[in-house]
Structure formats: structure tokens, C-alpha cells
Design a protein around this ligand. Structure first.
Ligand SMILES: C[S@@+](CC[C@H](N)C(=O)[O-])C[C@H]1O[C@@H](n2cnc3c(N)ncnc32)[C@H](O)[C@@H]1O
Length: 250
């Protein structure tokens, strides 16, 4: 829990923070490596991205809710010139990700073991070139919908942090959340949907790597949906777009 800006109590993270006790090997790797990999948020002002990764990076990408970190580690390995920030409040996921990064000797990732909104608020404006929110918790009950991370306030934070033309990539295997994602992103003045044909939302982008949840969904015969949005150029003429749902999702 933390204090919101208006003084109201704001619950930041829903869902599990801890699972099984970590195995001793993983616990000691985590204890030893996390201080090096951990993102330190500034008390005030913006994160200093140019010094964050120990060397200058061509761009910074963020992954929100990386789970056990397979996608984050694969992307970091594929794009060594990019600096990655991963956010994941589930301790066991964070520890699994630390293991992947150490095993693969990946130095271009920094991890935040808490709510992604704290990072989004601390990022310099227009500093992020790509954001991933892949298979976020669907919170299927109507009374829990307000817990969904894809929401207007989070899109506002992403819009501020993302550079002009930056990509926001979303995926889900939950049809109601897919419609919710589209509704919120299409109604947001700063994002344009990049889809041109059904395969653009039925298949991941060609340069994507799978996530653990995606693999589980595919193995269970589900058909995940993938959405790519472009952060509009600032001053390009903002205003609500008409809601245009593809027939399959309407
Ligand atoms: C269903 S899992 C998907 C994990 C991973 N993206 C995948 O596809 O395998 C969603 C993850 O989002 C994380 N999460 C929930 N709330 C979050 C928040 N406020 N900030 C960052 N991550 C969050 C959860 O802890 C969980 O690990």
C-alpha cells in the first residue's frame, strides 16, 4: 500500500507477491546478484537512464509483469545494444529472472521487484522506445476489472514515458481482456493501433520471442491475441479516435 497523490490509499499490486520458498541455490544467487541488477528509483526527479546500464545504450525498453523472465532474457540477448527495464512484483518470478540473466551473462537488464507504475512515474518523459505488457493477469470477475494493469491511468503513464513513435505491445489469451485492451487503447488519444490485417492480431510480431504464459496458452489450445500500438508523435493532433473493433472481437 502507498499514499496516492490525493492522500487516498492506493493499493498498487494485486495478486501473489511470494510463492514457494526459494531453493537455497536460487536464494543465494538472488541475494548475491540482485544488488547489481536492481533498479534504484530516485527519491526525487527522473531516473538517470544514460548511467543505468553502466554504458550508453541505443534505447531503453520496458517489460511490465515479466513473470519468470524468459521473454525479457531472450529479448535482452537478441538486442545487446538496448537497455531493458523489467518490472515484476512476484518474488519467485524475480528470482527466476535473476537466474536467467546470470546464466546467460546478460548485463543490459535492470529489475524492479514491485509495481511497474513506480518505474513509469520515475522515467524521463519520452524515454522509452518499446513497452511490453504480455499476458497480464486478466482479473475476469467484473468487480476485479479495476485491477487490470491495462487501464487509462497506466496508458497515461506509458504515454508520458514513451518516445514519439515508440511501440506498446500487448498480448492476452483472455477474450474479454483483449476487448478491454482494445477499447482502452483505441479510446486513448496518444496511441494508434498498427494492425492492418487479422494476422497482425492473431500472430505475434516477427521479432517476438515466446513468454511462459503464451506457451501454456498455446499448449492448452487457446488462441492468444497480440496488439501493437504506436505512441503518437507529440503535437500530431490528438483527440479520441472512433472505436473500431475487428468483427472477430466485436
Ligand atoms: C499472468 S502473469 C504473465 C507473466 C509473463 N508476462 C508471461 O507471459 O509469462 C502476469 C504477471 O504480471 C505481474 N504483475 C501484476 N501486477 C503488476 C504490476 N502492478 N506491475 C508489474 N507486474 C505486475 C504478476 O506478478 C504476474 O507475474
Amino acid at each position: 500500500m502507498s499514499e496516492g497523490p490525493a492522500g487516498a490509499r492506493e493499493r498498487l499490486v494485486y495478486g501473489r507477491r511470494k510463492g514457494k520458498k526459494l531453493r537455497p541455490g536460487r536464494q543465494s544467487l538472488y541475494d548475491e546478484a540482485l544488488p547489481r541488477l536492481k533498479l534504484i528509483l530516485p527519491e526525487a526527479g527522473d531516473l538517470d537512464l544514460p548511467t543505468l546500464f553502466g554504458e550508453p545504450k541505443a534505447a531503453c525498453w520496458i517489460e511490465i509483469g515479466f513473470g519468470a523472465g524468459e521473454h525479457l532474457a531472450d529479448q535482452a540477448a537478441l538486442h545487446p545494444a538496448i537497455g531493458f527495464i523489467g518490472c515484476e512484483p512476484f518474488l519467485n518470478g524475480l528470482a527466476a529472472c535473476v537466474s536467467h540473466l546470470i546464466e546467460r551473462d546478460l548485463g543490459n537488464v535492470r529489475l524492479h521487484g514491485d509495481d511497474a507504475r513506480q518505474v513509469l512515474r520515475a522515467l524521463p518523459a519520452a524515454s522509452i522506445a518499446r513497452a511490453h505488457v504480455l499476458f497480464p493477469d486478466p482479473w475476469p470477475k467484473v468487480r476485479h476489472h479495476r485491477r487490470r494493469i491495462v487501464s487509462t491511468p497506466v496508458l497515461d503513464l506509458l504515454s508520458r514515458a514513451m518516445a514519439d513513435g515508440a511501440e506498446l505491445r500487448l498480448a492476452t489469451d483472455h477474450m474479454d481482456y483483449a476487448r478491454w485492451m482494445l477499447r482502452h487503447c483505441l479510446a486513448h488519444p496518444d496511441f494508434d493501433w498498427l494492425a492492418e490485417r487479422p494476422d497482425d492480431w492473431r500472430r505475434p510480431a516477427a521479432d517476438e520471442t515466446p513468454t511462459r504464459y503464451e506457451q501454456k496458452a498455446l499448449a492448452a489450445g487457446l488462441k492468444p491475441l497480440y496488439f501493437r500500438f504506436r505512441r503518437r508523435t507529440r503535437g500530431e493532433g490528438e483527440g479520441n479516435l472512433p472505436l473500431v473493433f475487428p468483427p472477430a472481437l466485436a
